[in-house]
Design a protein around this ligand. Structure first.
Ligand code: 6R9
Length: 657
């Protein structure tokens, strides 16, 4: 092998098969059925996706060709097909009993709530679409959506889709500056926002941030700002530019024909932060994304008409796009939307919502699960969670001990867990259990979704052996794949398709994650390849060392990074947050080092341990190891920190040094 890959040291062996009660009722009922689907799709992916596109979606006009891959890495799916995703999410349900079914059940942080049936949501989307048209938005224009977690965020997205405008959702927690950059990068004509939102018992003044972002002609493309009244705090409204949503809504028709979109017309741009450099505008188009978010929602979350499904993400992230809005609604499901997050005044709010609405399917992130563990199981134990039948996780590798806690305390050992690996770039879930079919292993995302050909390879593109770490790649285009980096096709090519050179005309999509496949073919994601630590020539992924640390009863969360070392090249530097009831000490640090040695071996022994109250995380909850790496080696923090959740954490960590 010409290039070093990644060594695996994790020894997790537990397995959990779905119960027969679950499997019998599931969309995909057995391991054999999964294998049959997988093999059929692998042999003829074109036919596989074509059949599903015909069966599952409504098209205005059929395609001429399923996949055009003559100009890789730029794919076209369902060439010349005509479709509208808002039609598939709304109109087609109105002629069925789903017409009066809850599409969105929304809960505000202060405890107010609202339910929109499919008929009501359709009406609101049409009105919003007409308002946008009135404000001069046309097919192909970009609309920036900067919103709290309120139904109008989803309504605005669907309204854009309806008239063929491209949405660019900017997470409501981002600063004016981040918003300004994203508006300018895509030349947004309209900004949709709210006076504010409620988060952690405070008012987030969104309109104020919008005003700052567009002040002094910083964003010349913006013609109008549409403002939802949410907090009722007084906000300045600039005449001619700023408009209240409810005022304009009152004057428009509730009929709006969906625009006939080409399958490859742009649906949205979503900015994702690279570890360095400026954020990339990930571009998704209409037909393929609709199909992929639809199919993955249907089979992975096993959606049934009577289910109440809740994904706790924010619509500002891809998870919110694909699994709060488009995927569930295209399937006619009931999707819960919650404005708040667990906070000191209400640590148990998630469990209250599950109890209140009888949530059956719950999809959250490892960062949240580790926080729940730290808060203590008396919170979930005080609520009735018996409605739950399926659990999911996304965003980071889940440490086996966190998985076990989720399984026992939340799932009461009866709910399958789907650990879903995917990215903004992939549009939908790529590697995951199918809950009625796949025996799960804690910490493994298990197997590729049917139609996805995944592999673990070295830098020459050659598959590595069982249990050897390498680079996670996807070998065949799939309908939900990103189409380009907005305005920068070269960056698309360099970032994803050239780390591993195309061979014999085959292009490999490079995900940037390290992984290994075990002897049963299970995929284990080992963390970002940028975060790999090289100890005496052994290249270790972050996930395995962190999981060993988290398996110690004192540890709530762990993040490991490499610190330059004269002899070893790098040594492992571990940042640790402790469970309640434990206090930092040298003895505990030594005990944790010994624990890692015992769990996975001497090679992974942390050279240094630093206790901290919190980790620097992105606003979607991912630990920013890049910043910890700078701290560990005593360097100044460089690069983009605009996605950091809480700057205070960094300052504290610096002081603690
Ligand atoms: C959906 C989303 C993508 C990166 C991805 C990987 C990490 C996400 C994971 C996971 C291990 C999982 N990631 N899910 N790692 N197991 N189940 O999170 O998109 O924000 O673009 O992040 O997140 O490192 O490459 P995005």
């Amino acid at each position: 092998m010409s290039q070093p890959t990644i060594e695996s040291i994790l020894k997790e062996k537990r397995t959990f098969a779905p119960s027969s009660q679950f499997s019998e009722r599931a969309c995909i009922k057995s391991w054999e059925q999964y294998q049959e689907l997988y093999n059929r799709a692998a042999q003829d992916p074109i036919k596989f996706w074509e059949e599903l596109a015909e069966q599952e979606l409504d098209w205005f006009q059929k395609w001429d060709q399923v996949l055009d891959w003559t100009n890789p890495p730029f794919a076209k799916w369902f060439v010349n097909g005509k479709i509208n995703i808002s039609y598939n999410c709304l109109d087609r349900h109105l002629t069925t009993p789903r017409r009066n079914k809850a599409a969105i059940i929304w809960e505000g942080e202060p405890g107010d709530s609202r339910t929109l049936t499919y008929a009501q949501l359709h009406r609101e989307v049409c009105q919003c679409a007409n308002v946008m048209k009135q404000l001069g938005v046309k097919k192909g224009d970009v609309v920036a959506i900067y919103m709290p977690m309120i139904p109008e965020a989803a309504i605005a997205m669907l309204a854009c889709a309806r008239i063929g405008a491209v949405h660019s959702v900017v997470f409501g927690g981002f600063s004016a500056e981040a918003l300004r950059d994203r508006i300018n990068a895509a030349q947004a004509k309209l900004v949709v926002t709210a006076d504010g939102g409620f988060r952690k018992d405070k008012v987030v003044a969104l309109k104020e941030q919008v005003d700052l972002a567009i002040a002094d002609n910083h964003t010349p493309s913006v013609e109008n700002v549409l403002v939802v009244e949410r907090t009722k705090e007084k906000v300045p409204m600039e005449a001619g530019r700023d408009h209240w949503w409810h005022d304009l809504q009152a004057g428009v028709s509730a009929h709006c024909e969906p625009e006939m979109m080409d399958s490859e017309d742009m649906l949205f741009i979503l900015y994702t932060s690279g570890s360095t450099g400026k954020p990339k505008g990930v571009v998704h188009t209409t037909g393929g994304y609709n199909l992929y978010s639809h199919m993955t929602s249907k089979w992975i979350f096993d959606l049934k008409d009577e289910d109440v499904y809740w994904c706790t993400a924010d619509v500002g992230w891809i998870t919110g796009h694909s699994y709060i809005v488009y995927g569930p609604l295209s399937n006619g499901a009931t999707s819960v939307m919650y404005e708040g997050v667990p906070r000191p005044s209400n640590l148990g709010c998630f469990w209250d919502i599950i109890e209140k609405y009888g949530v059956n399917i719950f999809y959250t992130a490892p960062t949240a699960i580790r926080a729940f563990i730290k808060m203590g199981e008396h919170h979930p134990n005080a609520r009735d969670l018996s409605s739950l039948r399926l659990l999911g996780t996304v965003g980071e590798p889940i440490n086996p001990e966190a998985w076990m806690w989720y399984h026992k305390v939340i799932g009461k050992e009866k709910c399958p867990i789907v650990d879903t690996w995917w990215q903004t770039e992939t549009g939908g879930v790529m590697i995951t259990p199918l809950p009625g079919a796949t025996p799960t292993k804690p910490g493994s995302a298990t197997h590729p979704f049917p139609g996805i050909i995944a592999d673990v390879v070295d830098l020459d593109g050659n598959p590595v052996g069982d249990n050897e770490g390498g680079y996670l790649v996807i070998k065949h285009p799939w309908p939900g794949m990103m189409r380009t980096v907005y305005g920068d096709p070269d960056r698309f090519r360099n970032t994803y398709w050239e780390h591993i050179a195309p061979k014999d005309g085959q292009y490999l999509y490079f995900a940037g994650d390290g992984a290994r496949r075990d002897e049963d073919g299970y995929f284990w994601v080992m963390g970002r390849v940028d975060d790999v630590i090289n100890v005496s020539g052994h290249r270790l992924g972050t996930m395995e060392v962190e999981s060993a640390l988290v398996s110690h009863p004192a540890v709530a969360e762990a993040a490991v990074v490499g610190k330059p070392d004269d002899i070893k090249g790098e040594e492992i530097f571990a940042f640790i947050t402790l469970e309640g009831g434990f206090t930092p000490s040298d003895e505990l640090a030594n005990e944790l080092k010994a624990h890692v040695v015992q769990e996975i071996g001497a090679i992974a022994r942390p050279g240094e341990i630093r206790f901290t109250d919190g980790m620097p995380k992105t606003r979607s909850g991912k630990i920013m190891r890049r910043l910890l790496r700078s701290l560990a080696s005593g360097q100044e923090i460089a690069g983009d920190t605009s996605t950091l959740e809480d700057r205070g954490v960094l300052d504290k960590l610096r002081e603690g040094a």
